[in-house]
Write a protein that binds this ligand. Structure first.
Ligand code: SF4
Length: 325
């Protein structure tokens, strides 16, 4: 179980990541979905069965030590990582252990598929914020976008989210490809109907800002990103129709982070193992010059450890899967 970051998150501020799952060799992630836009890659160890991911007895203490070296303190400790965190059967207990060592709020980014399970919902009660994914208003589009495990049912998931007893934010990824489009007015209206039913404290409208497997397979432009104007207009419409606070993707902003005894290479590698990152994002995340990040990136490239993706405006780096995978 790994601690990574802190990173600057457009929706959570400064966020220190905790990764509770680990895919089997040969897979990019362990998840109950295999979303079209997933930045982790296409090889999903697809499961709906929570299991143990090993000993977590030292995790809270390691986190406490990491926090001691951070200034300012993160806004959130966020459970996320290389897959779906609710697949860790010890989720609730881990959150309780961490709570004993810090008063920083706990958030979890979940695809919400296991909220159908009462035990998972009980674990989610330990969090100050449950950010639950909802990309489609119906089963057909849900299957196309999220490519779920065959054992999952869309209506059951929506009903599961409604039963979560912790504060919930709904995150929706908006995008278009040549075959599907969840930004059409009728789709947005369908989502609005569900937002009203679920009544979250916040709606977060996201875009696939990082390279996706579709971009890699199909080349540039396979996923069409919304412009800032389009996204803002949809967010304003959703906010008006639902009367729920609605925020939308913002590019990373500088965050004045200080760290004592920062192992920049180790921290950068941990981050690059989990998501494609630009040099600017990494420098903002760790509060260091872009030059410093660039030096390490060059070294990692020399060691043939990095994959590099280009979008129209930015270059992203990601750690290659470990040998044997
Ligand atoms: S739910 Fe998250 S981790 Fe799972 S496939 Fe979708 S984007 Fe990737």
């Amino acid at each position: 179980m790994k601690i990574y970051g802190p990173i600057f998150s457009w929706r959570l501020g400064i966020s220190l990541g905790v990764d509770l799952v680990e895919p089997a060799p040969g897979y990019d992630k362990i998840c109950s979905f295999n979303c079209l836009y997933c930045q982790l890659g296409t090889r999903s160890e697809k499961t709906v069965k929570p299991r143990s991911f090993g000993d977590f007895s030292d995790l809270a203490q390691r986190l406490k030590k990491t926090l001691q070296g951070l200034k300012p303190k993160p806004d959130y400790i966020t459970f996320s990582g290389v897959g779906e965190p609710t697949l860790n059967i010890d989720l609730g207990q881990i959150a309780r252990e961490i709570r004993k060592t810090t008063d920083i709020p706990l958030a979890i980014l979940t695809n919400a598929s296991l909220t159908t399970d009462e035990k998972v919902r009980a674990s989610l009660e330990e969090f100050d914020l449950v950010v639950a994914k909802l990309d489609a208003p119906n089963e057909a589009l849900f299957k196309k976008i999220n490519r779920p495990h065959p054992g999952l049912d869309f209506e059951d998931i929506v009903s599961g989210i409604r039963k979560v007893r912790a504060p919930v934010a709904i995150q929706t990824m908006l995008f278009r490809t040549k075959d599907l489009d969840n930004t059409k007015p009728e789709v947005i209206d369908g989502l609005i109907r569900l937002y009203k039913e679920i009544s979250p404290r916040q709606i977060q409208l996201d875009i696939p800002s990082r390279p996706t497997p579709l971009d890699k397979e199909g080349g540039k432009g396979e996923i069409e990103r919304l412009s800032e104007k389009e996204l803002r207009e949809i967010a304003e419409y959703v906010a008006r129709e639902t009367s729920i606070e609605t925020i939308y993707y913002q590019p990373p902003q500088p965050a004045a982070l200080e760290r004592e005894a920062l192992d920049l290479t180790g921290s950068l590698k941990a981050l690059l193992a989990r998501r494609p990152v630009t040099i600017l994002e990494a420098s903002l995340a760790f509060g260091v010059d872009e030059e410093e990040v660039l030096k390490i990136i060059k070294q990692l490239e020399k060691e043939n450890l990095l994959e590099c993706f280009h979008t129209e405006e930015r270059t992203f780096y990601k750690l290659k899967p470990a040998k044997g995978q």
